[in-house]
Design a protein around this ligand. Structure first.
Ligand code: AOF
Ligand code: ZN
Length: 362
């Protein structure tokens, strides 16, 4: 591995430490190298707090003058919650800046690079660009589209069942796969289910991990049928909970508001919530990422509405069988194979006795 790639790889490891704590901002890592010695390192630790570059300067154990700064994302050039980083880079006498990926944020894009070059700093671009893009898939999508990045996740048997014909789904995968589910939940800002799943499974959708961060829970409930006694509604004062509904009657909404839920009013499309409109409203609220956890009817509507970017399929080496046993995507489905939703880039991870297959919608 070449020198620049080697240090950028370390900066990516640093950036990853911010996962789950910086949304809807990017995960960023920075490393300062002088004469072959790493003299400072930092990452963006918390939303609204110091940027990675500033943390790396604070960490320096000797003067950064004449050093090279490795940073996974183009340094910012705007006054946001934090001052512009390119100024600190110039002020600290950095000689060379190596950047992993450009920042698509219109407030930032290209401006800092120009200013740094004008100040005589050598700027190298796109080192480990693909890896740095992978790091901030959510941020890049959100900042360019204004919509949350939606990952449809389901757990199924080899014969494509998400529960038995008696509706039982605990458990399909083993412990290692379930740990991964909780790690992902603490990295995404929100988690969404349909009201049928709420009624049938009564889930908590919380994170059972040490220092895990609970995602905002979103229930798609066209006619406000959510049981007030459900685990999610009854804990809405502890974990933020949004009910998306087309029911505008204040009397029907009142008990949910009293329970601590937030209500987002959405119009109906063919008798179901307009999911495109809902994701737009969630994006405007600053929600950059959603895990869609079913059930099959909501998954079908989400695919049809074109709001899904990624599909995560956990496969257990088991067979349930049963014509009535539910599957991950229901609704009417398509009629001709050439109308299928197509995905690409299958990534396969072995998690104990289970398999995780991740792919992206074309
Ligand atoms: C971060 N952390 O390490 C870098 C960011 O409101 P602010 O000042 O925190 O600015 C946020 C924007 O700054 C963000 O959208 C991104 O474009 C840029 N870079 N942000 O939170 C960082 N380098
Ligand atoms: Zn910055």
């Amino acid at each position: 591995m070449k020198k620049d790639e080697y240090y950028m790889d370390l900066a990516i490891v640093l950036a990853n430490k911010g996962g789950g704590n910086v949304n809807p901002n990017p995960q960023v890592g920075a490393l300062i190298v002088k004469e072959g010695r790493i003299i400072g390192q930092g990452y963006h630790e918390k939303y609204g707090k110091a940027h990675a570059e500033i943390n790396a300067f604070k960490d320096c154990n000797e003067s950064p003058e004449g050093a090279t700064l490795y940073v996974t994302l183009e340094p910012c050039a705007h006054q946001g919650k934090q001052p512009p980083c390119f100024e600190a880079i110039i002020k600290n006498g950095i000689k060379r800046v190596v950047i992993g990926h450009l920042d698509p944020n219109p407030l930032v894009s290209g401006k800092g690079i120009k200013a740094m070059r004008e100040a005589g700093i050598e700027v190298s671009l796109n080192v480990l660009e693909k890896e740095c893009e992978e790091l901030n898939k959510i941020f890049f999508y959100y900042v360019s589209q204004g919509l949350p990045y939606v990952m449809m996740k389901y757990v199924m048997t080899l014969d494509g069942k998400i529960a038995t014909s008696a509706g039982q789904s605990k458990w399909i995968t083993g412990e290692i796969a379930r740990q991964k589910v909780h790690q992902d939940r603490s990295r995404f800002m929100a988690i969404m289910i349909g009201v049928e799943t709420l009624i049938l499974d009564d889930p908590q959708l919380s994170v059972r991990l040490e220092n895990g961060k609970n995602p905002i829970r979103i229930i798609c409930d066209t006619h406000l049928r959510s049981p007030l006694a459900s685990k999610i509604v009854s804990t809405a004062t502890e974990i933020p909970t949004i009910i998306a509904t087309a029911e505008s009657d204040p009397e029907k909404q009142a008990p949910f508001l009293k329970a601590g839920c937030e209500i987002i009013l959405v119009s109906c499309l063919e008798g179901r919530l307009n999911l495109k409109e809902l994701t737009k409203k969630l994006g405007e609220k600053g929600i950059d990422s959603i895990i869609l956890e079913g059930g099959g009817t909501l998954n079908a509507s989400a695919l049809k509405a074109g709001i899904v970017q990624k599909v995560q399929t956990y496969i257990a080496l088991k067979i349930f069988g049963g014509k009535e046993a539910p599957s991950p995507v229901e609704g009417h489905g398509i009629e001709q194979p050439n109308q299928a939703y197509l995905l690409e880039g299958a990534q396969i991870t072995y998690l104990g006795e289970d398999i995780l297959l991740e792919s992206e919608l074309l």
